[in-house]
Each structure stands twice: as C-alpha cells, then as structure tokens.
Design a protein around this ligand. Structure first.
Ligand SMILES: C[S@@+](CC[C@H](N)C(=O)[O-])C[C@H]1O[C@@H](n2cnc3c(N)ncnc32)[C@H](O)[C@@H]1O
Length: 267
C-alpha cells in the first residue's frame, strides 16, 4: 500500500491502530483500509457507536470548559488521539489564548498530525509517549517547558483507560500522576462499559482479534480510578447526563450507550 505523506515512516500499514479507527468513526481522513475494515465490523455489531463517540467528544469539550471556568490554565491530555473537531486547545484557548495544553499519544500518526496543526501555537505541544510511563511524561522537556506542576493541572484520560485490561496497573499509573499534581488539579475520565453497551463482548472481541484488548469495566470499577479525587457533581454518569448545556441538541433516542464520564478534583 502506498504511504500517504502524513503517515510517519515507522507505522505498520497492515495492522489497525486504535487512533486511526477512532478517526474513522468520527468521519476523519487519517485512516487506512485496515482501520476502516475493523471500524465497519464494530459498527455492524454496534450501530450507535459513532453517535456515542460524538457524545464522548461533547463530554470532553464540556469538561474542558468546566475546568477552565474553575480556573485551570494547564491541560495534560493523554491518549489525545488524531485531532478532530473541537480539540482541547481550541476549546480552552478560545477562553484564554495563553492556556497551556500538552497532548500525549502513543500513536505516531496522532502525534505527527497534532504537531502539524499546532505549528505556531506557542502554548500547546504534542509528545509521543506511553500513558503507562508517567515519569517519562512528567519529566519530558516539552511538558516541563509548558506546565508548572506546582500549579493545578487538568489531567484528561478520555476514552483511553478501556484499552488497558490490567486494572491494577491503571490504578497505580493514575496514582503516580495524582501524586505529582498540585492540590486543586482535576482528573477527567470517560470509559466504555459493559453496563451501557448492548454488545460489549462482541466489540471487545473484534478489538482483541485485531491485537488490541479492551476492558469494558463496570461503573464501580471505573469509580475506583478517582481514588484521591473528589467527584464533582453529578458524579460518574453517562456522557449525556454530565452537565449538558442548554443549547446542546439531544435527539429523542432513548438508547444511551456512551460510557461513564466523570470529573474529580484533588483536594
Ligand atoms: C479512542 S482514542 C481517544 C481520543 C480522545 N481522547 C477522545 O476521547 O476523543 C484513544 C487514544 O489513546 C491512544 N493510546 C492507546 N494506548 C496508549 C498508550 N499506552 N499511551 C498513550 N496513548 C495511548 C490511542 O493511540 C488513541 O489515540
């Protein structure tokens, strides 16, 4: 297959990537046939998926606005994905153009594309790193350049944690970030759940067969990730139930299958 100019040299064009499949669900153009094939098979078993992902993005935008209104001026967005409509820096810097945003993703396409759209933005950057290596992220020169860890930070782990089946590892990793963050920092999580999806096993199986295991955790399991944070109102709820803004149109579809979403504050 021919490599498009936006695709870094070291990526495997024959294996689907979580970031590019997600880009396909959201109607983006940074994906390959192998990604679209997995994406189409998942949508066949769960036709409402693209809609729930739009809800996830809408939750992300509301959570960012909430944090900005609460006074947060630094964002660390891990598993940030391939840029799409309403990216964190766009939402936050609309309010204050000097808000700092550090994007982190393990996927080379996501990082390359993020860097491309951030050219000329002196307050936002993108680094390639693994969520499971908090020390590498926290000591990264780009993060150190933009983020002052003595001041509160909003840590965004949005639609990321369900890609790590080892719950204890996730718990330990979040605790390491939490301990490094100043009092008054926020943790923002959205997470797919078997409680809310009609075909969780099939979706997880399709991902597992393509080399990416998924963990559809229960609400109680997801709530544990907020250990050491105080959940702000309305707590851990479906995306559509988290501080929906009056102008946001919600159709009448009674089926709500987005994952659980929540925001916690470090006391
Ligand atoms: C479903 S996307 C979510 C994108 C964005 N946060 C959102 O909610 O719209 C998950 C992202 O996590 C990234 N990811 C997966 N494993 C990762 C890891 N170990 N470290 C950092 N990012 C990772 C993927 O590359 C992908 O871009």
């Amino acid at each position: 297959m021919e490599r498009p100019s936006w695709a870094p040299e070291d990526i495997d064009l024959e294996r689907p990537s979580v970031a590019r499949v997600y880009d396909f669900y959201l109607g983006g153009s940074h994906n390959f046939a192998v990604d679209r094939e997995l994406g189409r098979r998942v949508i066949e078993t769960f036709p409402l998926l693209p809609k729930t992902l739009q809800e996830n993005r809408a939750f992300l935008r509301r959570a960012v606005r909430f944090c900005v209104e609460a006074g947060i001026r630094q964002f660390l967005d891990i598993g940030s994905g391939i840029p799409t409509v309403g990216n964190v820096h766009e939402v936050a810097q609309q309010v204050d153009p000097t808000i700092k945003v550090v994007y982190v993703d393990i996927d080379p396409v996501a990082v390359a594309h993020s860097r491309a759209i951030l050219k000329g933005n002196e307050y936002a950057t993108a680094i390639r790193a693994d969520f499971r290596q908090p020390e590498v992220i926290l000591s990264h020169p780009e993060l150190q350049r933009l983020i002052d860890l003595r001041q509160p930070v909003a840590l965004l782990l949005v639609a990321l944690l369900h890609f790590f089946p080892d719950t204890e590892e996730v718990q330990r990793t979040i605790a390491r970030f939490r301990d490094a963050l100043a009092s008054g920092s926020y943790l923002v999580i959205s997470h797919a759940s078997a409680d809310t999806q009609p075909t969780p096993l099939k979706v997880a199986e399709l991902y597992a067969r393509s080399g990416t295991p998924m963990a559809m955790r229960t609400k109680a399991e997801i709530a544990r990730f907020f250990e050491g944070f105080e959940l702000v109102e309305p707590g851990l709820v479906l995306g559509l139930d988290w501080r929906l803004e009056p102008e946001e149109a919600v159709d009448d579809n009674p089926e709500r299958h987005s994952g659980y979403c929540g925001v916690g504050k470090k006391p």
